[in-house]
Write a protein that binds this ligand. Structure first.
Ligand code: DOR
Ligand code: ZN
Length: 352
């Protein structure tokens, strides 16, 4: 393998799946995402969730107000689907440019998903609306059936729900979010141009052993949970494949350290502060640095039908030491303690 370049210039990437939270935590974590990405698809799983155009507009204002001065970051908001959401509200929000997409959480699949969808079969009128509008449907693809082993929940979701949904609605534009399995990567690769997937940095770096290395590791716990090594390798192959239907989505999902390191710790990995550095490392390890820009900065906007960012970023070949803990200031000036992904590691690329 040839020596890595001294620096790497990329079109500014976008994050097609992130949790920016609200209130104090929003203030603490937003700058990390805004420093790296031009735009981000912002998840609606707040408490209460974003289910109306008015709630999305107000949330967008809170995000913009929390941005550091001079930031060019643009949040792209999403609507949280429930069993009773009115398709007309989605149509209005999409038409007015407030909703960029909608998000389907199977009820009780993950953080703040209790109000999610209990049966996809109830939503066929809504799916027809999305199909007609070309409004992307972003899916947390896991069954919630307690009988199904947690490591199989994504593969079973594809078989039981996603495949039939796409058959019923062939015009539906879908992103299968944060894929974690070889089955998901193969399903997306084999399907039509209407189905894409996001891949997180953590699922490119860790397998399920990371959860138990030397003891129980709450910082490595997220949903869908990391799988076996063969799946991590399949995700790496998909990410570097050059297939435009695999693109960047960090699923950065911050929870304060006390909420992770608890008797019933929250799911979510906070990877925003070193996200592009983390992807760069994975692509370098695969000898595919030349494919990073398309994955990070081109395939996502093309799928969403948005212009590419014109601005560029530079990654410098200098190691950066990731702190074991971050103390980020919230709106009240109080520090929130968070453990970043790659805590305590040296990464070989630094964002200039
Ligand atoms: O690990 C996760 N955390 N997965 C999700 O689907 C939700 C997220 C969160 O909001 O904390
Ligand atoms: Zn997420």
């Amino acid at each position: 393998m040839s020596a890595p370049p001294a620096q790497l210039s990329l079109r500014r990437p976008d994050d097609w799946h992130v949790h920016l939270r609200d209130g104090a935590l929003l203030q603490a974590v937003l700058a990390s995402t805004a420093a790296q990405f031009g735009r981000a698809i912002v998840m609606p799983n707040l408490s209460p969730p974003i289910t109306t155009v008015a709630a999305a507009l107000a949330y967008r204002q809170r995000i913009l107000a929390a941005l550091p001065d001079g930031s060019g970051f643009t949040p792209l908001l999403t609507a949280y689907l429930t069993d009773t959401i009115d398709p007309a509200e989605l149509e209005r929000g999409f038409g007015e440019g407030v909703f960029a997409a909608c998000k389907l959480y199977p009820a009780n699949a993950t953080t703040n998903s209790a109000a999610g969808v209990s049966d996809l079969a109830n939503l066929s009128a809504l799916f027809e609306t999305l199909e007609r509008l070309g409004m992307p449907l972003l899916i947390h693809g896991e069954v919630t059936d307690a009988e199904i082993d947690i490591f199989d929940r994504e593969a079973v979701f594809i078989e039981r729900h996603l495949e039939p949904l796409l058959r019923r609605h062939p015009g539906l534009k879908v992103v299968l979010e944060h894929i974690t399995t070889a089955e998901a990567a193969a399903f997306v690769a084999a399907s039509s141009a209407n189905l894409a997937a996001t891949i997180t940095p953590h699922h490119l770096h860790i397998n399920r052993n990371a959860l138990f290395r030397g003891g129980l590791r709450p910082d490595m716990y997220c949903l869908p949970v990391a799988k076996r090594e063969q799946h991590r390798l399949a995700l790496r192959a998909a990410a570097i494949s050059g297939n435009p239907r695999f693109f960047l989505g960090t699923d950065s999902a911050p929870h304060p350290r006390h909420a992770k390191e608890a008797a019933c710790g929250c799911a979510g990995i906070f990877n925003a502060p070193y996200a592009i550095e983390s992807y760069a490392l994975a692509f370098e390890q695969e000898g595919a640095l030349d494919r990073l820009e398309a994955f990070a900065s081109e395939f996502g906007p093309r799928f969403y039908g948005l212009p590419l960012n014109e601005e560029r970023i530079t990654l410098v070949r200098e190691s950066v030491s990731v702190p074991a803990r971050l103390h980020l200031n919230d709106a009240a000036g109080e520090a929130v303690e968070l453990v970043p992904f790659h805590a305590g590691e040296l990464l070989p690329w630094r964002l200039a």
